[in-house]
Design a binder for this molecule. Sequence first.
Ligand SMILES: [Zn+2]
Ligand SMILES: [Zn+2]
Length: 149
Amino acid sequence: MASSDSFNDFVTCPYNKAHKLIRGRLTKHLERCSRISGNSKQFLVCPYNENHRYKAEELSLHMKECPERIRWHSELQKEDPRQQATETTWSISAECEEDWDKEPDVPTYNPIKYCEDNFVARTTAINGKSKAARRDFRANERRRLAGKQ
Ligand SMILES: [Zn+2]
Ligand SMILES: [Zn+2]
């Protein structure tokens, strides 16, 4: 794994160039070292990785080429559109396929509109049914318990 390799990399502390430490210890070290060194106010934290600390004038340069930022953006681009596409396809085909087949020749047919209306109607019907079913169930339960006593 790349992360376990980089965990054991040696990095230089941004507060004191004499501090060399394992990357995996950097977060803890930075907390302590920023308090001890007393010059932590000169440093800003990279928004993409809290272990990247730079002076204000260096940070803007760093943010353009921060490896975390490049990874962050490429992951966003990979995941987002695919997820959305899957969801959209799923909801339309699952809810409407059946009804499109029943009435394929309506001239001013708007599948999306039809689908939405139809979906609402069906949801109401299902809710109504299940409500009635629940009521029946409760009534039956009451009768059953009353019979027992
Ligand atoms: Zn340090
Ligand atoms: Zn960074």
